[in-house]
Design a protein around this ligand. Structure first.
Ligand SMILES: *[C@@H]1O[C@H](CO)[C@@H](O)[C@H](O)[C@H]1NC(C)=O
Ligand SMILES: *[C@@H]1O[C@H](CO)[C@@H](O)[C@H](O)[C@H]1NC(C)=O
Ligand SMILES: *[C@@H]1O[C@H](CO)[C@@H](O)[C@H](O)[C@H]1NC(C)=O
Ligand SMILES: *[C@@H]1O[C@H](CO)[C@@H](O)[C@H](O)[C@H]1NC(C)=O
Ligand SMILES: *[C@@H]1O[C@H](CO)[C@@H](O)[C@H](O)[C@H]1NC(C)=O
Ligand SMILES: *[C@@H]1O[C@H](CO)[C@@H](O)[C@H](O)[C@H]1NC(C)=O
Ligand SMILES: *[C@@H]1O[C@H](CO)[C@@H](O)[C@H](O)[C@H]1NC(C)=O
Ligand SMILES: *[C@@H]1O[C@H](CO)[C@@H](O)[C@H](O)[C@H]1NC(C)=O
Ligand SMILES: *[C@@H]1O[C@H](CO)[C@@H](O)[C@H](O)[C@H]1NC(C)=O
Ligand SMILES: *[C@@H]1O[C@H](CO)[C@@H](O)[C@H](O)[C@H]1NC(C)=O
Ligand SMILES: *[C@@H]1O[C@H](CO)[C@@H](O)[C@H](O)[C@H]1NC(C)=O
Ligand SMILES: *[C@@H]1O[C@H](CO)[C@@H](O)[C@H](O)[C@H]1NC(C)=O
Length: 854
């Protein structure tokens, strides 16, 4: 019996091997294709950190590509059953790093039907005309793979060696084409179907997100009758949206966000696209009311209309849209109430209505959206008083933003167990006067808490249970007592702590250093005493330290000089004292952008070496066209400094903004010549000290300077004539010194008034009434070239907010509110986590979240 059974097993075994042999022999791959694949593999190095792939290790392991083995059995390779030609190559996320040359052996695989090379790094290779050789290609995926250069348009044919090559837009069998996320690609959209040229007519899926196609969206797109998914987000397109889009009856995804569609309205023909599931028209300058035909698109699950100019009330459109998953109407000019018909959306997870002018009260139907996880009603004109726990009815809520919504929140009935899933809670300016109970219980989820601009006046110890907090903003309350030491113990997690403008007293806990993730610490405008905690020297990630407006008594914190990320130090208005000694290290404060030590009691001469190592302030190479802001996960940092004679809050600190403020101290001696090395400085303030000697000539090298204040010192000598070359100078003050001689003329110096020079007994010439005794031959002054001024350090109406000695704008770590902030594309990009159904095999249901990068 045992024998029989094992014999039977043996037979089965042999049978299987036979079948296996037969099937694999049917698959034996062609030699030349095997060679081509091996060569292709050899032409790359493997560097996963160079690729955008988040799935590492790769899905396919191409280590098993070995000479002498059947290439049809190799990972990622598919062969035709009958001809054995290689028809599929899937190397998505394989850490390939290197160039695709025109002679690449890839182009010998002419039978390819599926080619997926997405999420590798092709080191700025072009999409070569050779791709036009793959005439059987039905699926081409080259997303996020560092391709660059122009895409050849469909009209040209290119002579390559002995063969004509066509553009990829000529591949007649193409059904899916995805080139998204290659930001360096440029080109012109093809005329999709033009007379007899019927290439691309089988296209079902076209994703060209982020490619720079300057031009119009051709009307011919309406002829791609099989098109189901169209992604043209952020493609630099302009002009009108063609009405022919209404012909694309199979369309389920229409994504045209962030183009310059300036026609104001969009065609109602989109209302005929009954199969539409995802509609993205954000950031396109549309105006008018929200179109009613949206109500016809009953299959919608995502609708993005944010960052447009839509006005009027939100129509009662979406009742009983059973699929609707996300509504984003934020950043428009919508008015009127939240529609009560917003009920009956069982699948709604995301509702963004922030930054509009929505008024009225919260309809009770809102709380029937039981599956809601994200709710943003911030920055509106609602008028209602609501118990915070009412929102806890939405038991899956992970993110709630009611900041500046106009709502007043009571927390008297809050229970310890509410909001069990909350991760992000933003309740700035909500008239809250008591910390809600649920924040006092242990919580391992809460990541971000913003209770700024309320009326809290308790002690903070109850918050010590919020272990997982990364962002804590309690600024502008009346919180009192000591800063709890536990805040320093949220180690590993806390990166931002903003306690400015409260009533904290006592000394700063010595525990902050343990919170080595800390990037921003703002404890300014309190009543803190004592010394700065030396433990801060351990915060290697610290970028921003603001301890201004307290009663700290300490020497200059030279021990911070090694912190490699430190960009902003504000020590303003304390009782800090003593001399600033020479740096201990050769490289000190190398990354500093802003240092404000004003209104203290520092003495002695300035050590010249510090200015010699502040490399960031010397660097003027940052790209002005793509302005960067100092951003933190949830917003932008803001800092208040003196600039141009005003106290200004820079709500978004442009990284090119560099400033030094040592005013109101007791420094003496000469101004170090080395100051002239800080070529990138925008603001320099040495006023109200005891500096002696001449104005250093090296200041002429500070060519970006917009504000120079040397007033109320004991400077002597003449004002260097060469300073007229500082053509961005808007504020110049040397009043109350001991300067002599002729005031320079020409350029910006024609614009300064006599107050800039007051209190210098021996200055003469324009604009003072005192004539010079030995007038030089009057040079015809060259006038300032005001029309062509291109201030580097600021953007008009964008970035700067003058706040006259106050807190008018409610700047809260840059999450600045209402009119004060222009949150734009970047934030939208963070929000629009693109949920993309990915193709093929095991990945068919993969949901891809991309933050920031697009
Ligand atoms: C891998 O790529 C990263 C990022 O481009 C680069 O910094 C690194 O030097 C590369 N490593 C190798 C071994 O080439
Ligand atoms: C090739 O074989 C696979 C399974 O062995 C089968 O699913 C597929 O239909 C075949 N393709 C062709 C073109 O015969
Ligand atoms: C990427 O391109 C640069 C310049 O074209 C070249 O110096 C570098 O070696 C290339 N890297 C790889 C991995 O091919
Ligand atoms: C392909 O061309 C590149 C330069 O264009 C060269 O470095 C490389 O050796 C060539 N490869 C083959 C296989 O001819
Ligand atoms: C021309 O195309 C054929 C296949 O279409 C290919 O085998 C050959 O290598 C190409 N020649 C050149 C010079 O690119
Ligand atoms: C069709 O293509 C020709 C060039 O081949 C071009 O001049 C013409 O404008 C195109 N027509 C349309 C409608 O795009
Ligand atoms: C919307 O649907 C209604 C009724 O089905 C129809 O009368 C109307 O024409 C449709 N609007 C659009 C723009 O398709
Ligand atoms: C919440 O969503 C789930 C699926 O995500 C669904 O099954 C459930 O019915 C929804 N809840 C309600 C009340 O519709
Ligand atoms: C809301 O605003 C509109 C105009 O924008 C106004 O007519 C209406 O009275 C306001 N409603 C409330 C409740 O304030
Ligand atoms: C940081 O947060 C995680 C949860 O996100 C938590 O498990 C961990 O204990 C926290 N770390 C500390 C030191 O509290
Ligand atoms: C300005 O900078 C240049 C180069 O850094 C230097 O050679 C020159 O001496 C400086 N000018 C003055 C007046 O210090
Ligand atoms: C002003 O400078 C002159 C020399 O230029 C000097 O004699 C005088 O003492 C200075 N006055 C003050 C108040 O420093």
């Amino acid at each position: 019996m045992g024998f029989l059974q094992s014999n039977y097993q043996l037979t089965i075994c042999i049978l299987y091997s036979l079948i296996f042999c037969l099937s694999s022999s049917a698959h034996l791959c062609h030699n030349d294709e095997s060679t081509a694949l091996l060569q292709f593999k050899k032409s790359f190095s493997f560097n996963c950190s160079a690729c955008k792939c988040s799935r590492i290790p790769a899905q396919y392991d191409i280590d098993n590509w070995k000479e002498g083995t059947d290439c049809c059995a190799w990972d990622g390779v598919t062969c035709d059953n009958t001809t054995s030609h290689v028809i599929g190559l899937d190397l998505v996320c394989n850490c390939l790093y290197g160039t695709i040359h025109p002679n690449s052996s890839l182009f010998n695989l002419v039978h390819l039907q599926h080619l997926d090379l997405s999420l590798n790094n092709f080191n700025h290779s072009q999409i070569l005309p050779s791709f036009g050789r793959f005439t059987d290609l039905t699926h081409l995926y080259l997303s996020d793979s560092y391709l660059s250069g122009p895409i050849q348009s469909s009209e040209e044919e290119v002579w390559q060696g002995n063969n004509f090559s066509n553009s990829i837009f000529h591949l007649q069998k193409l059904q899916e084409l995805r080139l998204d996320g290659n930001r360096e690609l440029t080109g012109k959209l093809p005329s999709f179907i033009n007379g007899t040229l019927r290439h691309l007519r089988h296209l079902r899926w076209l994703d060209l997100t982020d490619i720079d196609f300057t031009g119009e969206l051709p009307n011919s797109i309406g002829q791609l009758e099989y098109l189901e998914k169209l992604y043209l987000t952020n493609c630099n397109l302009f002009g009108t949206i063609p009405t022919s889009l209404g012909n694309l009856k199979k369309l389920t995804v229409l994504s045209l966000g962030w183009n310059n569609m300036n026609n104001g309205q969009f065609p109602s023909s989109i209302g005929q696209l009954k199969n539409l599931e995802k509609l993205d028209l954000g950031g396109c300058n549309f105006s008018g009311t929200i179109p009613r035909w949206l109500g016809n698109l009953t299959r919608l699950s995502y609708v993005y209309l944010s960052y447009n100019n839509f006005e009027g009330p939100i129509p009662q459109l979406f009742s009983n849209f059973s699929q609707l998953y996300l509504i984003d109407f934020s950043y428009n000019h919508l008015t009127g109430p939240i529609p009560s018909s917003i009920t009956g959306l069982p699948n709604l997870h995301y509702l963004y209505l922030g930054s509009n002018s929505i008024n009225g009260t919260i309809p009770p139907s809102l709380f029937h959206l039981v599956n809601l996880t994200y709710l943003d009603l911030s920055s509106n004109n609602l008028s209602d008083t609501v118990e915070l726990d009412t929102f806890a009815k939405l038991e899956y809520l992970e993110s709630l933003d009611l900041s500046n919504s106009g709502l007043s929140l009571t927390t008297t009935n809050s229970t310890p167990s509410s909001f069990r899933n909350i991760k992000t809670l933003r309740l700035s300016s909500c008239n809250i006067s008591k910390i809600p109970e649920f924040l006092k219980t242990r919580n391992e989820l809460l990541d971000m808490l913003d209770l700024s601009n309320n009326h809290l006046n308790e002690e903070l110890n109850p918050l010590c249970n919020l272990h997982s907090l990364r962002y804590l903003d309690l600024s502008n309350n009346q919180l009192a007592g000591l800063i709890p030491t536990c805040l320093g113990n949220f180690n590993g997690n806390l990166t931002l702590l903003n306690l400015q403008r409260n009533n904290f007293h006592g000394s700063i806990p010595q525990t902050f250093g343990y919170a080595s993730m800390l990037q921003e610490l703002d404890i300014s405008h309190n009543g803190l005493q004592g010394v700065l905690p030396r433990s801060l020297a351990n915060c290697m990630n610290l970028e921003i330290l603001n301890v201004g407006h307290n009663f700290l008594e300490d020497a200059f914190p030279f021990w911070l000089e090694n912190l490699p990320q430190l960009k902003i130090i504000v020590l303003r208005d304390n009782k800090l004292h003593g001399p600033i000694e020479q740096p201990r290290k050769r490289l000190a404060f190398t990354n500093l952008h802003i240092i404000d030590m004003s209104h203290n009691e520092f003495t002695g001469t300035l050590p010249s070496e510090y200015f010699g190592s502040m490399h960031s302030m010397m660097m003027d190479d940052e790209d002005k066209s793509s302005l960067n802001y100092m951003a933190f996960g949830y917003g932008y940092y803001s800092v208040t400094i003196m600039n141009k004679g005003l106290e200004m809050t820079l709500v978004r600190i442009i990284t090119i903004f560099k400033a030094v403020d040592f005013s109101y101290n007791k420094f003496d001696g000469k101004i170090p010549i080395t100051i002239g090395r800080l070529k990138a400085l925008c603001v320099l303030n040495f006023s109200r000290n005891g500096f002696t000697g001449p104005i250093p000539l090296s200041l002429v090298n500070l060519t970006e300077l917009e504000s120079l204040d040397l007033s109320q010192n004991k400077l002597s000598g003449e004002i260097p004539q060469q300073l007229t070359s500082l053509t961005f100078l808007e504020v110049f003050d040397v009043s109350q010194n001991n300067l002599t001689g002729i005031i320079p003329r020409g350029q910006q110096f024609e614009t300064f008034s006599n107050t800039s020079y007051r209190g210098n007994a021996d200055l003469c010439g324009f604009p003072l009434s005192k004539k010079c005794k030995t007038p030089k031959v009057a040079e015809p002054p060259s006038l300032p070239s005001s029309s062509s001024h291109n201030y580097k350090c600021r953007l008009d109406g964008f970035g700067w907010e003058a706040v006259l000695m106050g807190y008018g704008c409610g700047a809260v770590f840059g999450l600045v509110i209402g009119s004060c902030i222009i949150r734009r594309k970047e934030e939208w990009l963070v929000r629009i986590f693109r949920v993309k159904m990915h193709h093929q095999k095991n990945r068919s249901n993969e949901v891809r979240y991309q933050y920031g990068a697009r």
